[in-house]
Design a protein around this ligand. Structure first.
Ligand code: FES
Length: 111
């Protein structure tokens, strides 16, 4: 009789400068991090949307990503290309939350 091991992987939280934006939904795949950020109205510049121009280069404050396609643009260790990656674990990005659809942040600053 063999034993089975169940592995539960926690859904990553995506944060902007420490503020929670969303709980990543694996069902959204094959959406990229860029597509999900845009859906939440996060201001982020993009051009090629396929990992070679580097325009969407974003600083990672903490966490890590995995790439759906191998990026061609050069990256520092603390950067990612949201157009071709998804979060691998909780991910805090150095992006402004100004104008983004962040209900938890709005609740926090409600008078
Ligand atoms: S938009 Fe070109 S690398 Fe992401």
């Amino acid at each position: 009789m063999s034993s089975q091991t169940l592995i539960f992987k926690k859904r990553p939280i995506v944060l902007l400068q420490g503020e929670p934006l969303l709980l990543w939904n694996w069902q959204q795949q094959p959406q990229t991090l860029l597509q999900v950020l845009e859906a939440k109205k996060v201001r982020i510049f993009s051009e090629c949307r396929s990992g070679y121009c580097g325009c969407c280069r974003t600083k990672i404050r903490s966490g890590s990503v995995c790439y759906l396609t191998e990026p061609l643009a050069e990256l520092q260790d603390d950067e990612c290309l949201p157009c071709c990656c998804i979060p691998e674990e909780d991910l805090d990005l150095e992006l402004s939350c100004r104008g983004a659809d962040m209900p938890l942040l709005a609740e926090k600053y409600r008078a």
